[in-house]
Ligand binder design. Structure first.
Ligand code: ZN
Ligand code: ZN
Length: 297
């Protein structure tokens, strides 16, 4: 009798342990589905992959078709798997490869209503047929909820949050400014890809850029500087949820990865926050597929 009792307790402990492990496993699975991989990032062309186990989307294709295909192959993603191309805005570094990709693979293209008509004109009739436009409401691509939000740029521009399984990843580039309303909107993101376009002093000292272009970049409808990016990351990090940040859309003329990183690290140090301990920073590069950042790890 005692033996049977002992056996049943042991079995119970064993099965509880298995249930606990299964529970942890399902939790792990539930909270590690969403990820983001910068394919190309910078003034010469942008493309970002966001995926779950079941759905993959590209945000912008501002690089040539052959290069997207090559990059996707490196990370074992078949172009046919891409469920949608989400376009942020009409500038060439974001749409240069959209038409070729959408036509070859029959991929649906999404953009905001305010940007769509302008993008359709630039991309031509063949892509117009594959075009869906949104008004600002959330929509679904597979198991990903896409939540678009407007950004300040010199043309209509969209930032995106992606949600799945309780996880959230947000991205914003080509934004002249970030205000508290925008930061509040993305504060509960597990990971954020955010623009660190230029170092203000490098830009001002540039001999290559005409004054009018400098004014545009520095304006509230231009691009985020390293300093503004650092201040935004500090606010998000202090919020206590967002911990993984990808610095993106760096100018090849007026910035470099170490400079962008050091600006953000110095902003964080004002509140004793450290890269590698409190937050995790990476830099998306122009000609290299970046590390995949998972929302839940
Ligand atoms: Zn751009
Ligand atoms: Zn732009």
């Amino acid at each position: 009798m005692v033996q049977v009792y002992y056996f049943s307790i042991k079995t119970h402990i064993k099965s509880s342990a298995v249930s606990f492990l299964l529970f942890r496993f399902s939790l792990y699975n539930t909270y590690t589905v969403l990820s983001i991989t910068p394919i190309a990032s910078g003034s010469k062309g942008n493309c970002t992959l966001v995926r779950t186990e079941n759905t993959s989307v590209l945000v912008d294709i501002g690089i040539p078709l052959f290069y997207v295909e090559e990059c996707l192959q490196k990370i074992n993603v078949a172009p046919k798997e891409i469920g949608a191309v989400l376009v942020t805005h009409e500038h060439g570094d974001h749409i240069g490869g959209v038409r070729a990709f959408a036509v070859k693979y029959g991929t649906p293209v999404y953009a905001s209503a305010s940007a769509a008509s302008r993008i359709k004109i630039k991309l031509g009739q063949t892509v117009s047929r594959r075009f869906s436009q949104f008004q600002g409401n959330d929509f679904f691509v597979g198991d990903i909820t896409v939540s678009p939000f407007p950004l300040c740029h010199d043309v209509p521009c969209t930032g995106y949050s992606f949600l799945c399984g309780g996880e959230k990843i947000s991205m914003l580039t080509d934004a002249g400014a970030v205000d508290d309303i925008l930061l509040k909107r993305i504060a509960d993101s597990d990971a954020v890809l955010i623009e660190a376009n230029h170092d203000v002093d490098m830009l001002k000292a540039s001999k290559k850029y005409p004054a009018v272009l400098k004014r545009r970049i520095l304006s509230s409808q231009g691009h985020l500087s390293n300093a503004v990016c650092g201040a935004a990351i500090l606010k998000l990090a202090l919020g206590g949820v967002a911990r993984r940040f990808i610095l993106a859309h760096l100018s090849m003329e007026n910035n470099y990865p170490e400079l962008a990183l050091s600006a953000v690290i110095s902003a964080l140090s004002t509140h004793n926050l450290k890269d590698g301990r409190d937050v995790y920073l990476t830099v998306a590069e122009q000609y290299k597929v970046g590390n995949t950042v998972r929302a839940g790890v």
